[in-house]
Ligand binder design. Structure first.
Ligand code: ADP
Length: 227
């Protein structure tokens, strides 16, 4: 049986552009992500990938259509309900790591867990396990500024997974790295996702990286087509 973790149903989004009129960015996006499935989202810049990821991650609401996470329709629910669902079920990764600069790699993964009521020792054990899974356990005590770009992104992946979400949403997660590093870091991300049984929707420009995922969808004129 296909356990659907994330579903977008007829999602539309229009941005008002002042006197210039409006941009109909999403025109009826349908997408289902099964448990453990990895899907690449490809499209040219400006096509609406970030908009789609924000709506899928409950950071923004669609104008039309529905978003369900874990079988529960959350679009149209209260801010509090959506925020709680996002904190529990969604892990975000961006092109830039957004780690807290004054805390170590491990602390950056421990703090979100403690904010969710996990004890420090349990959070540290999980943090070290996650860091080990992407090959940076030996960098646990370093602050982000002391890490390479690739190491920073590996830590950001761990932070996104800290609270065992159902789905990871990533917006050009290796877009800021040189090609060789990007390659390795992307593989580390895929291994982490597969080892944890997580589902992932990853926006990327890189078709070679996209091909390493289970499925590729393309955003074209506001709808998703299979690539
Ligand atoms: P991508 O991630 O594929 O580069 P975006 O989702 O960032 O695309 O943007 C898609 C389109 O929507 C662009 O034309 C962009 O200018 C517009 N857009 C994005 N966010 C806003 C916003 N908050 N207000 C107005 N227009 C926006």
């Amino acid at each position: 049986m296909n356990d659907v973790v994330l579903r977008l149903n007829g999602v539309e989004k229009v941005y008002k552009k002042g006197l210039a009129g409006e941009v109909h960015v999403l025109r009826g996006v349908d997408l289902s992500l099964s448990k453990g499935e990895t899907v690449a989202l490809v499209a040219p810049s400006g096509a609406g990938k970030s908009t789609l990821l924000h709506i899928a991650g409950l950071l923004d609401a669609p104008d039309v259509g529905e978003v369900s996470v874990g079988g529960e329709v959350l679009s149209g629910r209260s801010d509090r309900r959506r925020t709680n669902a996002r904190r529990r079920d969604v892990g975000f990764v961006y092109q830039f790591h957004h780690l807290l600069p004054e805390f170590s790699a491990l602390e950056n993964i421990v703090l979100p867990q403690m904010a969710n009521g996990v004890s420090k020792s349990v959070a540290e054990a999980r943090g070290m396990e996650l860091l080990g899974g992407v090959g940076v356990a030996h960098r646990a005590g370093h602050r982000p500024a002391a890490l390479s770009g690739g190491e920073q992104q590996r830590v950001a992946f761990c932070r996104a997974l800290a609270n065992t979400p159902r789905v990871m949403l990533a917006d050009e997660p290796t877009g800021n790295l040189d090609p060789a590093t990007s390659d390795q870091v992307f593989d580390a991300l895929m291994a982490l996702v597969r080892n944890t049984g997580l589902s992932a929707l990853v926006a990327t420009h890189n078709m070679e990286l996209a091909a390493r995922m289970d499925r590729v969808v393309r955003l074209e004129d506001g709808i998703l087509v299979n690539a």
